[in-house]
Design a protein around this ligand. Structure first.
Ligand SMILES: NC(=O)c1ccc[n+]([C@@H]2O[C@H](COP(=O)([O-])OP(=O)(O)OC[C@H]3O[C@@H](n4cnc5c(N)ncnc54)[C@H](OP(=O)(O)O)[C@@H]3O)[C@@H](O)[C@H]2O)c1
Length: 262
């Protein structure tokens, strides 16, 4: 008989239940219409979860993700919720719980990258990046923490630039992503007694609309990794899926970066 590892026991369990280790769980993936978020939504659904995805402009793309999740036999919902808006960032948690019956896994994925020389960054750039990448994550995590029960999982997508900034132009983006490491560790300490974990995944260069593998700076980014290539959204999603079931991992940083930080 083959065995697998159960989501709550951490011990070998029978595979007679083929519905997946996240069967019966509800996940919210912010920014789930494209890229890493869409891949994560699908991966969690393959592991058995029902999934809500947020978007801001990509309604059709989000609805496509919903159809793909439903094709796997799971429930799904697309929510327009701008992470830059405080009410919408927190409200997505409640809307997910209302639509799908609770919340077990929050994936803070929505993010924007504004790169460029320090003296070219405007106050508007600073406010927008911090609102989406930091404040929205804080508020969604706060709302999720008040909703979740034992076994809850908060998984945040940071960046390799929170660990190592390989050149100029990253002040604002690196500031925002580094803040998420502090948030994650503090959440782990605060929510640990309730059996809720918080972890952060730091992708390296990943081929998405935000950072296409054939973009003008791609070759330089690939060269900075030990593996010499971009990653795929699925490669990040598989680590998120692991963290969604891992019991004894919290406050941890996971580099999925091809060795960018090595
Ligand atoms: N790609 C990389 O190389 C890389 C590396 C390190 C870290 N990351 C991080 O990984 C995460 C995902 O990046 P990605 O490369 O998959 O990006 P992407 O291809 O640009 O996709 C971004 C996703 O976030 C959504 N989004 C953007 N602004 C939003 C807002 N204000 N409110 C709600 N949703 C919003 C987008 O929705 P719409 O479709 O509605 O626009 C889309 O679903 C980000 O946090 C990013 O910083 C990416």
């Amino acid at each position: 008989m083959t065995t697998t590892y159960g989501p709550t026991t951490g011990t070998a369990a029978s595979t007679t239940d083929t519905r997946g280790p996240l069967h019966g769980k509800v996940a919210l993936v912010t920014g789930g219409s494209r890229g890493i978020g869409a891949a994560t939504a699908l991966r969690l659904a393959r592991e058995g979860a029902d999934v809500a995805v947020t978007h801001v402009n990509g309604k059709e793309a989000a609805e496509e993700v919903v159809r793909a999740v439903e094709a796997l036999g799971r429930r799904a919902v697309a929510l327009r919720a701008d992470s830059a808006d405080a009410d919408e960032a927190a409200g997505a948690v409640e809307r997910t719980a209302e639509a799908l019956g609770g919340l077990d896994v929050l994936v803070n994925n929505a993010g924007i990258g504004v790169l460029g020389p320090l003296d070219g960054l405007t106050l508007g750039d600073v406010d927008r990046v911090l609102a989406v990448n930091v404040r929205g994550v804080f508020l969604a995590s706060q709302a999720a923490a008040s909703r979740m029960t034992e076994g809850g999982r908060i998984i945040t997508i940071g960046s390799c630039m929170a660990q190592r900034v390989p050149g100029p132009g990253g002040t604002l983006y690196a500031t925002s992503k580094s803040a998420l490491t502090g948030l994650t560790k503090a959440l782990a300490r605060e929510l640990g007694p309730r059996g809720i974990t918080a972890n952060i995944v730091h992708p390296g260069p990943v081929d998405t609309d935000m950072n296409p593998a054939d973009g003008p700076y791609a070759a330089g980014q690939a060269a900075m990794t030990a593996l010499g290539r971009f990653g795929t959204a699925d490669e990040v999603a598989s680590t998120v899926a692991y963290l969604a079931v891992a019991d004894y991992v919290t406050g941890a940083e996971f580099a999925v970066d091809g060795g960018h930080a090595a």
